[in-house]
Design a protein around this ligand. Structure first.
Ligand SMILES: Cc1ncc(COP(=O)(O)O)c(C=O)c1O
Length: 388
């Protein structure tokens, strides 16, 4: 079966994990800190807290940024549920801004329009979560300008873009956003099985995130009300157990060494697809704006099914028969029944995201996809178009 995404694990990854399994620390040990240090060096962040998954990273981000009921936080409708759910977890109000139809990431002009619309109603947006969708960085310069102008917090849900460059800089994320979140789910660029991290240059945000990731416990003598002895800790606010294990972090550090190679392989596959599909009228290939180097977590191909007089389901069925497993990223979040019912969103609210959803198909892209498999994918997709 050729899937839309898949991890790449080699002997060095296995050896790294086994070494930790044979040691003293399975969790809360030194390898967690090592992974955090490796992430800090690669992404150029001063602080990093590794956690159990990307959703936990987003949850903790909202709490550390102090989101609360009445706050409005906006994100893109073309993202995984977790980017919006974290707003709901904090009791804040989610809202969305439509995408740039060329790159499928949040459109900064529309972000500013939204800020002004709220302003005219006497309301203020608290934060913007930009999602580097599919591996294409958001227009972070524009988003930072808006954040500074209107005093907004800026979060980068960076789960798809590890290894991407923005103005030739792989360490762009932490230079623009206040907080960065990542996920190391197996389909992502690097994996720890389940896992995630929060990167920031702000020591207070990092401190709060660390505390909340482990039940809200503290041993900081500056805040303790009592001190009964060396075992003593206090809890001043409720936190969670969002810890990651040492053996997962061993895998993470080993994977991180290969990140550039993984991204390179994905780019080669994407270039192949670009060349094969560029001239097909009913297709739109994913594009990058100048000076943004796509990391291709996904290759969202848009197919004009309407013009082909076919449905996306028929396409999925046909590809499934030849054992090619596709996906769609994403069903626009505002169209989920929960968001419609609780917040009143509706079909037509974000037309560019909805049109994208009608046409988008994530076709296979991952480092171990062979040339022969790429050829099989291309042939079957082209067959599908030509036979109709
Ligand atoms: C954009 C985005 N944000 C957040 C997440 C959540 O990460 P995790 O699955 O590690 O909880 C994902 C993962 O699917 C994602 O793609």
């Amino acid at each position: 079966m050729i899937s839309y995404g898949k991890q790449f694990i080699d002997q060095s990854d296995i050896d790294a994990v086994v070494k930790v399994l044979k040691g003293d620390w399975l969790t809360q040990g030194p390898i967690v800190q090592k992974f955090e240090n490796d992430l800090k060096s690669y992404f150029g962040a001063k602080y990093c807290c590794a956690v159990s998954n990307g959703t936990a990273a987003l949850h903790l981000t909202g709490l550390a940024l102090g989101w609360k009921p009445g706050d409005i936080v906006i994100t893109s409708p073309i993202t995984f549920l977790a980017s919006a759910n974290c707003i709901v977890y904090a009791g804040a109000t989610p809202d969305f801004v439509d995408i740039d139809p060329l790159t499928y990431i949040i459109d900064p002009n529309l972000v500013e329009d939204k800020v002004k619309t709220y302003q005219s109603q006497g309301k203020k947006i608290k934060a913007v979560i930009g999602v580097d969708y599919a591996g294409h960085p958001c227009d972070w310069k524009a988003l930072r300008e808006i954040a500074d102008k209107y005093d907004l917090q800026l979060v980068n849900d960076n789960c798809h873009a590890m290894g991407a460059s923005y103005f030739d800089d792989k360490q762009y994320a932490v230079k623009y956003a206040d907080v960065i979140t990542q996920s190391y789910h197996p389909v992502k660029h690097i994996t720890t099985g389940e896992g995630g991290a929060i990167l920031t240059n702000d020591p207070l945000i990092d401190e709060k995130i660390r505390r909340l990731s482990t039940h809200g416990m503290t041993k900081d003598s500056n805040v303790l009300e009592n001190n009964d002895g060396p075992w003593y800790y206090e809890m001043h606010e409720v936190g969670y157990n969002y810890r990651i294990t040492d053996f997962q972090c061993a895998l993470g550090s080993s994977q991180l060494k290969k990140l550039d190679l993984f991204v390179e392989k994905r780019r080669v596959i994407a270039t192949n697809y670009d060349q094969m599909f560029a001239d097909i009228d009913t297709f739109t290939i994913p594009k990058s704006r100048n000076l943004m180097d796509h990391a291709y977590h996904l290759y969202p191909l848009q197919i004009n099914f309407e013009e082909l007089n076919l449905t996306k389901s028929e396409f999925f069925e046909k590809m499934g028969k030849v054992r090619i497993n596709l996906q769609v990223h994403y069903i626009p979040v505002h169209l989920q029944p929960f968001y419609k019912k609780r917040y009143g969103f509706n079909v037509g609210d974000y037309p560019l995201a909805e049109k994208f959803y009608d046409r988008a198909v994530s076709i296979p892209i991952y480092p171990s996809l062979t040339d022969a498999e790429v050829e099989k994918v291309v042939e079957n997709i082209i067959d599908f178009v030509e036979l109709h």
